[in-house]
Ligand binder design. Structure first.
Ligand code: GDL
Length: 701
């Protein structure tokens, strides 16, 4: 398996008389690839042992929207050249057409138009064809309803007619409208649409299938057995695992994965519909090629690994990825532009090596800085580790690579344990060391960005640029946030009025942040609640209930015996009723069983602090002159009502003119610590003189 890909790899057990179809479908929405890029693809496919290219660019006028129009003389020349380039590289060029947006199946003129168009392409030297009916309205027009008993019958009739008209081509693909299990009603095995296709479509026609979903996480052998028995043929997978046309922030540089190689004997083939950016498909296509050759090379694989049930005995995505990235690194290093330049990395200066380093273009008249002048900017060359990191960050639709997962996990931990920084406990040292490690991981991303920017192959860089720029600023924000949590001054503050580059923009982004299923969906993950809560001003008769809740939660945290030994909090006086909250600064939360939470505030915290002999520094009181105390019973599993209650309280405190509030929390009160850590506006307040087990968090108003 670790053999480099080669043309011999094309040998694949025949399916009857047919060979296993393997390669690429240019089937995404958006800017189609250029003729040069496609020719480049054919070269690669040949080199790596893939045999097919399916021409199906959704936004190419004459492929879909204007499918009836014949190609102009100029376009014909281009297509003829492309088809012949594919032949030269032993790649089967399949021409696909998508008439489904507006065809009237029952009109003979429409059928004739379709045949005329495909006849034209046949004259260009193309001998393989495809009819696609994906992403169209499933409703038939009245004329078609009269002529056909179902949509499937209409599609099959026209497909069979065209297939026969073209002389039963060796390769002819049909893409159904229900092209994945998720689209089948009520299920694959009971889909009347698929059954009609299976029964009526001529046997020489192959059917495209994307798996359980449009973008399938896994494709199991069982799922393919099921659909094959309905279709009465082995499907050809149109794989959207690397497709990124549905989200401008994603790019997939992870390996072909989660398709057991056992499928190879059960499929008509696999075509990957990859990233829109041509140059970013090196890994997608290379690893697919490795997968397709898996059985041949599999016998040579490490036997030890066969014991592991999770592992495919013939294909390791990790090994395939390393092979692909190693080859891709070479590609990055080759200058794609005449006169392209890359400065020698530091330490590889002319004088030291005695000869011109490769890929430097220090032409005549190049500037050589003199003594005492600025040295020329140099950047380290890109490394395999950089590409590994890049692929970890931009991995696969359902999975990040190991380093990206570590970064997410660490940031989550640092955020959840932010309280530990001010508390100076055992966790504090761990927090600091993990924060430092996180910073190191972020720095590696920045260095990767710098080295990528210096790569001689600018075409790859330009396709990548938006993505790496985006992650660089994302990492910058996360880094600044961790520094702020750590109380490190000088870190770029997370201000309330950030520059446009300080947050992800766009109206679509705004909408998503407002919708319940997006953004912080993982933060407050609780079962949906049907309870109705009300927030109302605290009344004198609530005092006993508030006292009870406060006592109950304190004893729950420490156990009754230890209760007496707990250090007092400034807010205890408020919840016990010894100190009255400031006017308009007391709220209770109620559900159908009664009072279940409270939020109380003192505009001026100083007298209450003095009362329990707590020394709060003047500088803290200057920024956070007010105090809040909040508690909510555990039966309130939804954090939203408590968030709303504290929001209302803070707005009253703000309208009294206060600059900020703080809140003391016992370390045993994990629920409230967790609650405040998720209110992103509250940060640890470094207050000297707090009892050992007490932390303070605060927010500016
Ligand atoms: C689809 C489209 C495809 C698109 C992909 C990913 C098929 C058969 N059709 O549904 O053109 O690129 O999703 O967005 O997959």
């Amino acid at each position: 398996m670790s053999k480099p890909a080669s043309a011999e790899g094309q040998a694949r057990a025949p399916r009857g008389a047919k060979r296993f179809i393997s390669g690429v479908v240019e089937g995404f929405y958006g800017r189609p690839w250029t003729m040069e890029q496609r020719t480049e693809l054919f070269k690669r496919e040949q080199k790596w042992g893939l045999n097919t290219y399916l021409y199906a660019p959704k936004d190419d006028y004459k492929h879909r929207m204007y499918w009836r129009d014949l190609y102009s003389a100029e376009e014909s020349v281009q297509l003829i050249a492309l088809i012949s380039a594919a032949k030269q590289h032993d790649v089967d060029f399949i021409y696909a057409i998508s008439p489904g947006l507006d065809i009237t199946f029952s009109n003979p003129k429409e059928v004739a138009a379709l045949k005329r168009k495909l006849d034209q392409v046949k004259q260009f030297g193309c001998s393989s064809f495809s009819l696609l009916f994906d992403d169209i309205e499933a409703d038939m027009c009245p004329a078609d309803k009269r002529a056909f008993s179902s949509f499937a019958h209409a599609q099959v009739a026209i497909t069979n007619a065209v297939y026969q008209h073209l002389g039963d081509p060796e390769t002819f693909l049909f893409c159904p409208t229900d092209y994945c299990a998720a689209f089948c009603t009520p299920s694959v095995s009971q889909s009347s649409y698929l059954h009609t296709v299976g029964e009526k479509l001529l046997p020489g026609i192959d059917v495209l299938w994307t798996g359980p979903k449009v973008v399938s996480h896994k494709i199991s052998v069982e799922s393919i057995d099921e659909v094959s028995s309905v279709l009465k043929r082995a499907p050809v997978i149109w794989d959207n695992i690397h497709a990124n046309d549905y989200d401008p922030q994603r790019i997939y540089l992870g390996p072909f994965k989660d398709r057991p190689t056992e499928l190879i004997g059960k499929l008509g083939g696999v075509l990957t519909n990859p990233n829109c950016e041509f140059h970013l498909n090196f890994v997608a296509v290379h690893t697919l090629a490795t997968w397709c050759k898996a059985t041949a090379d599999g016998a040579q694989r490490d036997v030890e690994k066969k014991g592991d049930e999770e592992q495919d005995p013939c294909y390791s995505p990790q090994e395939a990825l390393t092979l692909a990235l190693t080859d891709w690194l070479q590609e990055f290093q080759s200058s794609d532009q005449p006169g392209g330049r890359c400065r020698p990395p530091a330490g590889l200066k002319k004088e030291s090596s005695g000869e011109e380093p490769m890929q430097t273009d220090v032409g005549e008249g190049s500037y050589v800085p003199g003594a005492g002048e600025n040295p020329l900017y140099t950047a380290e060359p890109l490394t395999l580790a950089d590409l590994k990191l890049l692929s970890d960050i931009f991995h696969l639709p359902y999975e990040y690579g190991p380093t990206a997962r570590t970064m997410l996990r660490e940031l989550d931990w640092l955020k959840r344990h932010g309280w530990a920084v001010a508390a100076e406990t055992d966790v504090t040292a761990e927090w600091r060391s993990r924060a430092q490690r996180f910073d190191g991981l972020c720095e590696a991303v920045v260095q990767m960005f710098n080295r990528l920017s210096n790569a001689p192959n600018r075409r790859i860089l330009y396709d990548l640029y938006d993505y790496i720029c985006d992650i660089k600023s994302g990492v910058g924000l996360a880094r600044a946030y961790v520094k702020t949590l750590g109380g490190q001054g000088g870190a770029q503050p997370m201000t309330d009025d950030p520059e446009p580059w300080g947050f992800r923009g766009g109206l679509s982004g705004e909408f998503q942040r407002m919708l319940p299923c997006h953004g912080n969906r993982d933060l407050f993950r609780h079962p949906p609640t049907t309870a109705v809560y009300s927030i109302r001003p605290h009344r004198a008769e609530d005092t006993l209930e508030v006292q009870r809740i406060s006592r109950e939660l304190q004893s729950a945290g420490e156990g009754k015996a230890l209760l007496m030994m707990q250090p007092p909090l400034i807010g205890d006086g408020l919840s016990s009723g010894e100190i009255s909250p400031s006017p308009q600064c007391a709220l209770v939360l109620e559900d159908e069983m009664g009072v279940c939470g409270y939020a109380l505030a003192l505009i001026d915290a100083k007298p209450a602090a003095t009362k329990i002999q707590r020394a709060v520094s003047e500088s803290v009181l200057k920024d956070f002159p007010s105090l809040v105390t909040v508690q909510v019973l555990p039966r309130v599993t939804d954090p939203a009502p408590a968030k709303r209650m504290i929001g209302q309280l803070l707005s009253s405190v703000r309208s009294s003119g206060s600059r900020g509030v703080f809140c003391e929390l016992r370390q045993s009160d994990r629920r409230m610590l967790d609650f405040f850590s998720k209110l992103s506006s509250f940060k640890p307040v470094p207050t000297a003189g707090l009892p050992r087990d007490v932390v303070a968090v605060g927010t500016s108003l």
